[in-house]
Design a protein around this ligand. Structure first.
Ligand SMILES: [Zn+2]
Ligand SMILES: [Zn+2]
Length: 332
């Protein structure tokens, strides 16, 4: 099969002829149709996340169809539509797993990081960690649901149900999906982009945000909560200054630059800062349930598999309105 392979961090991916993986007893072999390009992939390639399993096929926003079954697989049939997310496997018995926090499992493995991912024509997944895709989530433009959607949704659910005015810092793949869910639930979205990014602000307004500005701008109301999707530590302070008493600041990314020191006054009055790590399978099931009756639209830029490096650079430079997706099936 053809695969885009990371052989060493801080080097571009290489197109390689690679053996089609053999599914383990509890794994399914999946023919990849499309794979989203997540900012986390960029952090892995750029060396900001340590110790990937090299050589590595990145990619954890996978849409495909089951091609073959391991001999103990019971939950799937050949031809089923499947979505493969970041969480590839957990131990099931560590203190986090037994408390319903499998996202923090001490022996977790992750798709496209410690388990081969979807920048290839085929991949494998454990039968219990892949999601059956509803009919409206099978087309390639839905690939970003598998991480930008799922982890964005986990971040969004960290916010108290009474929150009405919600700020999103970094209006990319996650934010444009979460905006649609939040609006459906009657929330108001305030979008913060890089200062001066008028195209990004226009995109946010077009997706339904009630206000859009630069990250240095003050929103027209005190926010009840803010989610930070951009990997920029200063934004934690900006967001703290924008939220009301008891406001929450949720850091949704897996990596962020250092947070500068700040006066306790900005945290005072029960403001909270929290990070979100990975996802649980329950997040996924609830996410697909939540979007069942919401006509989710994605804004997607497609690339052929061979142009994965270009896609990563475009994500890095913020050149894409929405999400980048590799079309794997179309060209093979
Ligand atoms: Zn991701
Ligand atoms: Zn565990």
């Amino acid at each position: 099969m053809r695969a885009m392979v990371l052989e060493a961090q801080r080097h571009p991916l290489q197109m390689r002829e690679w053996p089609v993986p053999q599914p383990g007893p509890e794994e399914i072999l999946v023919r990849v149709h499309a794979c989203g390009v997540c900012r986390t992939d960029l952090h892995i390639v750029d060396g900001e996340l340590p110790h990937p399993q090299l050589p590595l096929i990145p990619g954890h926003e996978i849409i495909g169809q089951v091609e073959a079954l391991g001999k103990e697989v019971t939950r799937w049939q050949v031809g089923d539509w499947v979505g493969i997310p970041w969480l590839a496997h957990t131990c099931g018995h560590c203190k986090y797993c037994v408390r319903g926090l499998e996202n923090l499992c001490m022996q977790a493995s992750f798709t496209g990081y410690t388990h081969p991912g979807g920048y290839a024509e085929y991949t494998t997944a454990h039968q219990d960690y892949a999601f059956a895709l509803p009919e409206n989530c099978r087309s390639p433009e839905m690939a970003p649901l598998l991480c930008a959607g799922l982890i964005g949704f986990r971040s969004y659910r960290m916010i108290g149900a009474s929150a009405e005015h919600i700020g999103l810092y970094g209006f990319g793949a996650s934010a444009h999906l979460i905006t649609q869910i939040a609006m459906h639930q009657g929330k108001k979205i305030y979008a913060f982009t890089r200062d001066g990014d008028e195209a990004g602000q226009a995109f946010a307004l077009q997706m339904g945000a009630c206000w859009a500005g630069g990250s240095s701008d003050k929103p027209p109301v005190n926010l009840d909560a803010a989610i930070i999707f951009a990997p920029v530590g200063e934004l934690v302070i900006r967001a703290l200054q924008a939220v009301d008493k008891a406001g929450q600041v949720i850091c949704a990314g897996i990596h962020m630059s250092d947070i500068p020191s700040f006066t306790y006054r900005w945290l005072w009055e029960e403001r909270k800062i929290q990070s979100v790590a990975n996802l649980t399978r329950a997040d996924g099931l609830q996410f697909f349930q939540a979007i069942q009756h919401i006509p989710i639209r994605t804004s997607v830029h497609f690339y052929p598999l061979a142009e994965a490096n270009q896609a990563l650079q475009d994500v890095k430079q913020g050149r894409i309105k929405g999400a980048a997706v590799l079309l794997v099936r179309d060209e093979s």
